[in-house]
Ligand binder design. Structure first.
Ligand code: IPM
Ligand code: MG
Length: 353
């Protein structure tokens, strides 16, 4: 297969982890006889530095001309610590999601048996946890307008908006994912307080009869935050709005033992985007210490998305092999065990393919 891949390494550790994923992809291409063509483009703080825009027009054009996008991370402390900055790297990510029509973010969580003990939660609680969070990605408070400050600067406001169309399309996708899995859907909302949540709940109830094989439950987000770490094995598919999904998926990463292990796919329109769920980890940038697994696993999701299932599985198997052999970065290494660098982990996975 010939695949056009846009590479958007972004900021912080982004270039290092995307570099390792490319190494692994090249190994897959060589083994299975595929041609992967990469085109690099800028997004985030590095794009602001180069062009003044966190998601330049050229980058959008590169994404649109590609079959899939592999994205690293964005963000830079110089913006985080400056609440008055007019242009922010995160705006690039949000614009990219919106303009590519990526309304659904699929964040699977599975506990690797050999890592279950790395989780700060008790092993018997996390063992066997395997769920998918379907996060709405282009609506809610992230995009609702008005957003801003009063003239005197002493009042700030955000708006949370969802339309029926936006809710229906994400719920449809979540119901379908549940049908492919264990057929249990948890709709997470705050319908006891928030109007948009009541719309979500109403529409989910209207749609449920179309999916008679799927069991639907409703859970308030505060309760869900507790249940996810108290009994993670309860969940199969969780669907929720943008901000709740952002928070619950970082929380969920604790179950797996490291935020550095969790991949994601953003889908919706033609082009799909794949990225680790973690951020740009600026403290580790350039040090060759970041865990590249989440990006490597995102590359596996990317291949599966275009129908290359056995190639995706080959990557997953190689990642398992590395973990079992203890070839892991510092976030996952046992006390006293050898700590491997980002590039060593990538080399091992690539060779294992
Ligand atoms: C994520 C990130 C982003 C988000 C930030 C970087 C804007 O936290 O992908 O989860 O909030 O969506
Ligand atoms: Mg987040």
């Amino acid at each position: 297969m010939e695949l056009k891949i846009a590479l958007l390494p972004g900021d912080g550790i982004g270039p290092e982890i995307v570099g390792e994923a490319v190494k692994v992809l090249n190994s897959v291409a060589a083994k299975y006889g595929h041609t992967f063509n990469y085109t690099k483009a800028l997004v985030g703080a590095c794009a602001i530095d180069a062009t003044g825009d966190p998601y330049p027009e050229e980058t959008h054009a590169v994404c649109q001309a590609s079959d899939v996008v592999l994205f690293g991370a964005i963000g830079d402390p110089k913006y985080d610590n400056n609440p008055t900055a007019k242009v922010r790297p995160e705006q690039g990510l949000l614009r990219m999601r919106k303009s590519l029509g990526l309304f659904a973010n699929l964040r699977p969580l599975a506990v690797f048996d050999s890592l279950a003990e790395r989780s700060p939660l008790k092993t018997e609680i996390v063992k066997g946890a395997d769920f998918l969070c379907v996060r709405e990605l282009t609506g809610g408070m992230y995009f609702g307008r008005p957003q801003g400050r009063s003239e005197d600067g002493n009042t700030a406001y955000d708006t949370c908006v969802y339309t029926r169309e936006e809710v229906e399309r994400i719920l449809k996708l979540a119901f379908e994912q549940a049908q492919k899995r264990r057929k249990q859907l948890t709709v997470v909302d705050k319908a006891n307080v928030i109007a948009t949540s009541r719309l979500w709940r109403q529409i989910a109830k209207e749609m449920a009869p179309q999916y008679p094989d799927v069991t639907v439950e409703f859970m308030f987000v505060d309760n869900a935050a507790m249940q996810i770490i108290q009994r993670p094995t309860h969940f199969d598919v969780i669907v929720t709005e943008n901000l709740f999904g952002d928070i619950l998926t970082d929380e969920s990463s604790v179950i797996s033992g490291s935020l550095g292990m969790l991949p994601s796919a953003s889908v919706g329109a033609e082009v799909a985007l794949f990225e680790p769920i973690h951020g740009s980890y600026p403290q580790a940038a350039g040090k060759n210490i970041a865990n590249p697994m989440a990006t490597i696993l995102s590359a596996a999701m990317m291949l599966e998305h275009v129908g290359l299932d056995k190639e995706g599985k080959a990557i997953r198997d190689a990642v398992n092999k590395a973990i079992e052999a203890g070839v892991v970065t510092e976030d996952l290494a046992d006390a006293g065990a050898k700590v491997y660098s980002t590039t060593e982990v990538g080399d091992y996975v690539a060779a294992a393919i």
